[in-house]
Design a protein around this ligand. Structure first.
Ligand SMILES: [Zn+2]
Length: 245
């Protein structure tokens, strides 16, 4: 990372709260600006390591197959991007003050992920809402409101206590229930909605469906097969009571 004003290299361990260059005193970033980030997963399609998982701020997960990329927008400031392919992980912190192009690849000789980070000259002004609306951004594979923990759970090999067909609104998919959360994965949509039990206020029966009331008065309603309905209702009610105390 370097200061866009004095071009001096900033310490990698610099606090992400710091908004002034410690070397020249210039403002480092503007959180109100929006920038475009393109990340290419460089490599052969037959790459043994397979697809590259890209975690942005431990909150949003993208997946890129070798030879392809992801494109998204982000606010100015410090961000962490974690790359994972196979068992290899690499985390970088970048100061976003312009658009960036990042190339990531798995070096099969060293078995390490290598990254090449390039700010794009002349893009420091950020993008207008109109420019943002005109772009086609990559759909995240997953968004986790509970940070890294959510991804570890999804990417781990934990078995759910219940795994049933469910519908939520117009979406049909799978509802998986674990000891501390539930996950709804609609068919044909590459995205999982994770609800941590700690954020659930209560569960109620609603015309044969489960009404999950979350903090902020958000309701998630799932219709599930009759033969497991009562059992799941009891399970959820007990688990949520235990977790919320
Ligand atoms: Zn500086």
């Amino acid at each position: 990372m370097r200061c866009h004003n004095c071009k001096q290299i900033l310490d990698d361990k610099i606090s992400s709260k710091l908004n002034f260059c410690p070397l020249c005193g210039t403002r480092l970033f503007d959180e109100s600006k929006t920038f475009f980030i393109t990340i290419y997963s460089v490599g052969q399609r037959e790459n043994v390591a397979g697809e590259m998982l890209i975690f942005v701020d431990e909150r949003i997960l993208y997946e890129a197959t070798p030879g392809n990329g992801v494109f998204f927008h982000i606010n100015g400031g410090f961000h962490t991007i974690k790359f994972r392919t196979g068992v290899r992980t690499k985390v970088i912190q970048i100061l976003i003050d312009s658009d960036f192009e990042i190339r990531a690849y798995f070096n099969s000789l060293t078995s390490l992920i290598e990254t090449n980070v390039n700010p794009l000259e002349g893009t420091g002004a950020g993008h207008t809402p109109k420019e943002i609306a005109a772009e086609q951004f990559t759909e995240p594979k997953m968004v986790s409101d509970i940070g890294e923990k959510g991804f570890q759970m999804i990417l781990g090999e934990e078995e759910p206590d219940y795994d049933v067909e469910a519908t939520s609104g117009l979406m049909v998919g799978k509802l998986k229930i674990y000891g501390d959360r539930m996950e709804f994965s609609p068919d044909r949509i590459n995205k999982t909605d994770v609800t941590d039990f700690i954020k659930i206020v209560g569960v109620r029966r609603k015309m044969g469906a489960i009404d999950v009331q979350c903090e902020g008065n958000v309701h998630k309603i799932y219709s599930i097969p009759k033969d497991t309905y009562n059992e799941i209702m009891v399970y959820l009610t007990n688990r949520i009571q235990e977790i919320r105390g």
